[in-house]
Design a protein around this ligand. Sequence first.
Ligand SMILES: Nc1ncnc2c1ncn2[C@@H]1O[C@H](COP(=O)(O)OP(=O)(O)OP(=O)(O)O)[C@@H](O)[C@H]1O
Ligand SMILES: [Mg+2]
Length: 138
Amino acid sequence: MRRGFQAVYSRAPESSARARRAVIAVAGEWLTSNALDDLVLAVGEAVANAIVHGKGSSLTVSCYRDRDRVIVDVQDEGLGFALKGPLISLPAPMSQSGYGLYIMQNLADAVEILDDGRCIRIVKCVPVAFEQSHEDVV
Ligand SMILES: Nc1ncnc2c1ncn2[C@@H]1O[C@H](COP(=O)(O)OP(=O)(O)OP(=O)(O)O)[C@@H](O)[C@H]1O
Ligand SMILES: [Mg+2]
């Protein structure tokens, strides 16, 4: 069964905090606090990219649970992008940008670039032990 939310935000800086708060409220039910922190930081990078590199007036964030995975999709209305190679690598040491995708990849269990770069999917797995202990107390 799928549960979660989908929300449309303006392509404005404050939307990053709004999206992070919404993800905390929903995914906090499914993840340990460390995993949730990782997910939320990754979502902040994806939303920042949609704001900075996207186009149009809005972006859409969906957060849902699909079996043992928590999935956040950040969709924008821009031109998208393609990776130059198969891997997302650390930028050169003196680089002032190019960290966001690398950070997402290191915090998430998976990062998928969908819709030709207009949608970033961030996946975090639900730890089995957490799920069992959580269900025990409900
Ligand atoms: N939503 C997006 N729409 C279009 N291009 C994007 C999008 N997200 C990422 N990109 C492209 O991928 C590049 C790498 O993104 P990444 O987040 O790693 O770095 P950055 O945004 O340039 O810098 P930083 O995140 O360190 O501030 C961007 O410079 C941009 O060209
Ligand atoms: Mg970025």
